[in-house]
Every structure is written in C-alpha cells, then in structure tokens.
Write a protein that binds this ligand. Structure first.
Ligand SMILES: Cc1cc2nc3c(=O)[nH]c(=O)nc-3n(C[C@H](O)[C@H](O)[C@H](O)COP(=O)(O)OP(=O)(O)OC[C@H]3O[C@@H](n4cnc5c(N)ncnc54)[C@H](O)[C@@H]3O)c2cc1C
Length: 412
C-alpha cells in the first residue's frame, strides 16, 4: 500500500465531533499536536474496571492502539449506513445544476431538502436526481441520491433550456413526482425551473429557504422580506435551505431514460468564453490562486496563476507588504469569495481570512506547516515549500497541456 500521507477531512471532522453518530467507530490513534507532543484525549472511553464501572484512562495508553498511526487512521474510509428504498411510495425529483459536471454546494443543499420531503410523514419516498450532460462526480451516493436519471449526449454539451424542459416534462409525466426541486441559481436551475413552471402550468415557490410542515418560507422583495406560502409541487430553492446529507449512503440506482426527440430548440448557451481571469471580479471567480506571507517568489506566483488560468487573490499580509494590490485581498476586510476551487499558497488561515473563503467548495492548501488552520480547513494539502511545489505544478500543467495539444494535432 502507498505510504503517501492522504488526509480524509471527513473522517477527521467526525473524529473531532463527539456528537456524530459515527464518532465511536473512528479509532483516531495517538494524536500529536503541531509541536509534535502527544496529546491526551480525556474524553476517550478508557476501559471498564473490575467493579463494572467505566474508568477514564488519563495515561493516554488507551489512546495508543499500538499498531494504528494517526495517518492510517485518518485515511481509513468511513462506511456510512446504507439508506435503501426498495419500492418507492412516491418520488421527489431534483434537477441538478452540475457546474462543470460536479455537484456544487447548492445541489447538495437541494438534495438534502429533497430527502427531508421524501422522509416526511411515514417516509417511503425516493429522491430521483436528474443530470444533464457530462457527470464527473462520483459522490452521488453520499449526497442523498436514491435514483439517477442521466441524459448525456452531444445535445447536452451546452445549456439548451428548451430541450431540457421538454425532457423534464416527459420524465415528470412518467414518474408523477410529489415534488420537483431545482436550485434557484444562475447556473441553469433558476431559468429551467421557471420554464418548467410555465410548461406545466404550475405556480412555483421561488427563493425557498425553509420548509415547515405544509408551508415554505421564500425570500421576497429582492431579499428584504419573507413570504410564507403553501408547499407547492414545484420548488426553486436557495442555497443553505437545508443541511446536505452527511450521515447516510444512498443507492444511486441508474434509471434508464431516452432523451426526447426535440428538434425545435432555438436557444443554445455555448458556455464560458475564455477571458483574462484577473478581469473577473474576485467575488465571482470560480478558480482562485491566493498568495500569502509564505510566497518567496512573487513573479513565479503570477506565472503559476496565468498557467493555471486562475484569478489571483491574496492575504492581508501580502497586500500590506505591497506584493499584491488592495482589491485582491480576500477575507473579512477584503472580498468574500465563492470559488469552486480556492488554492491558498503560504496562507496560515487566520480567522479573518477564513471568514472570506467560507462559501468556497474545495480548498487546497500549500504550506510548510501541516498543523496550520488552512491545512485543517483544506480538502487537499501539499506540505512543503511554496516555490518548489509551484514549480512542479507548473511543469505538470504545461506537460499535460502539451500532451493534449499533441493528441489534437495527431487527430487532425
Ligand atoms: C481587524 C483585522 C482584519 C483583518 N482582515 C483580514 C482579511 O480580510 N484578510 C486576511 O487575509 N487577513 C486579515 N487580517 C490579518 C490576519 O489576522 C492575518 O494576519 C493574515 O491573514 C495572515 O496572513 P498570512 O497567512 O499570509 O501570513 P502568516 O500568518 O504569516 O502565515 C504565513 C504562512 O505561510 C507558511 N509558510 C511560510 N513559509 C512558507 C514556504 N516557504 N512555503 C509554504 N508555506 C510557507 C507558514 O507556515 C504560514 O502558515 C485581519 C486582521 C485584523 C486584526
């Protein structure tokens, strides 16, 4: 087995959260603090004494299982209980946004709300996720998808609302779902949901952020007021309307489905066009390379950002030191960013910086200190000198680009 140190942030989070149902199943092994000292966990169950009473072991011996190390324990995969719906009593349909073929936070929150609806009253409902186009995400089973309908093909390579709306009408006629949920987003869901409402002659509940028994609370008046309205069949939901699924696995059974024969589509969104990444407002950038006090070679940082096609960000120290302009500062007193991928190079993860990156989907940390807060927050970390890691990263990306170009030339 590879000796590479691979972190599993989810397992680490469960190990830290003593209220999580799987907490006891995780044997985290001996824990060393950032200084390298062995930390004792006074809360860990020690052993049952001879008189049958639970004894707390303060020696730390029961922390140390002998064979398991912190690294292998963190890498161990958490097996969540499987939630099965053999004979669905009804369906809840969720149309995913799937930005770049992957689930984003908004999709996951929508699936969380769909599971709430599927398990209301006596439960028995199944959540059917509908994915259009390329699907790169392999975590559907951990986000609450009981059934999956995947429509792929050339016609779904770009956003084509008329074709999708037509397909959805066919699927809805077949499944007769109790509710249809879409993210109320700019990534397709908001537009598609409103088209679907018009096509099905349904009155949608838009901007839904809370589900009560038989009502939903929606944001109205440009976010200034709340409107309570009856729970409708078609719901366009906001981000953070519900906690994403985190404690169960789902079957994600593929339901075969043909795309509808529809040739009248007049609208095609051909996707993003390439622009200068630094011309994108920091708050809207999807991919940010951010530099901090751990950057020793700023020209190399700018070169890396341009090779990766990333928008540049910075910590306050980098800005105060005059290495980056003020408008690039990320954090509480800078810009709050919402990137899908945020790479923090040589940034320690001070609370003011963390506040600004809270909504980011995936965080990658490059740092010499494996115990710093940014590494703890990150989904992926590279521990080492920033100059060396960025040099290697640029080499890899350039090599990959060259291979792709050669492949394209050979095909012609
Ligand atoms: C009122 C107030 C508001 C603030 N607002 C903000 C804000 O909006 N945004 C913000 O960012 N900060 C803000 N700060 C500052 C914040 O508290 C931190 O001081 C700042 O974020 C630290 O920046 P840093 O992580 O780049 O530097 P440091 O804390 O110095 O961290 C440098 C990191 O680089 C690593 N490192 C060192 N050498 C290397 C190397 N060769 N290779 C790789 N890694 C290396 C170190 O291990 C360390 O983790 C605010 C502070 C206050 C008081």
């Amino acid at each position: 087995m590879s000796e590479l140190f691979r972190r599993d942030p989810r397992a680490e989070w469960i190990a830290r959260n003593r209220l999580h149902p799987l907490h006891q199943t995780l044997d985290s092994g001996p824990v060393f603090g950032p200084t390298g000292l062995l930390r004792k966990n006074p809360h860990i169950i020690g052993f049952i004494g001879p008189n049958g009473l639970k004894r707390i072991d303060r020696s730390g011996a029961s922390n140390d299982t002998g064979q398991s190390t912190r690294r292998t324990a963190a890498a161990r995969e958490v097996v969540l209980p499987l939630h099965q719906v053999a004979e669905p009593a009804f369906y809840i349909v969720v149309v995913l946004d799937l930005v770049s073929g992957r689930l984003n936070g908004h999709d996951k929150d929508t699936l969380g709300l769909a599971q709430q609806l599927a398990n209301r009253n006596n439960g028995g409902g199944a959540v059917v996720a509908i994915a259009f186009g390329e699907l790169k995400d392999d975590s559907l089973d951990k986000t609450g998808v009981d059934r999956l309908i995947h429509l792929d093909g050339q016609q779904y390579a770009s956003y084509n609302p008329e074709q999708r709306c037509n397909d959805l009408q066919g699927i809805i006629a077949e499944l007769v779902p109790q509710h249809i949920l879409l993210p109320d987003s700019i990534n397709g869901g908001g537009d598609l949901g409103r088209r679907l409402a018009a096509a099905l002659e349904l009155r949608p509940a838009c901007g839904v952020w809370k589900l009560n028994d038989d009502t939903v609370i929606c944001r109205g008046s440009a976010g200034k007021s709340d409107i309570t309205r009856p729970l409708s069949k078609l719901l366009l939901v906001m981000e953070e309307c519900c906690e994403p699924i985190s404690e169960t696995r789902h079957e994600s059974i593929l339901m075969p489905q043909q795309s509808s024969q529809f040739a009248d589509g007049k609208l095609f969104d051909h996707g993003n066009i390439s622009v200068d990444p630094n011309a994108i407002p920091l708050a809207e950038a999807g991919f940010i390379l951010s530099g901090g006090n751990g950057i020793n070679d700023w020209p190399q940082f700018h070169h890396t950002a341009s090779v990766l096609g990333a928008t540049e960000g910075a910590s306050r120290v980098a800005v105060d030191d005059g290495n980056m302009p003020r408008e690039r500062q990320v954090g509480a007193t800078g810009t709050w960013v919402t990137a899908q991928v945020y790479i923090a190079v040589g940034i320690s993860g001070a609370i003011q910086h963390m506040q600004g990156i809270a909504p980011c989907d995936k965080v990658v940390a490059i740092n010499t200190d494996e115990g710093c807060d940014m590494v703890k927050r990150a989904d992926l970390s590279a521990i080492g000198d920033s100059t060396e890691i960025l040099t290697r990263l640029v080499e890899l990306v350039e090599h990959r680009k060259q291979t792709i170009n050669e492949g394209a030339t050979n095909e012609q």
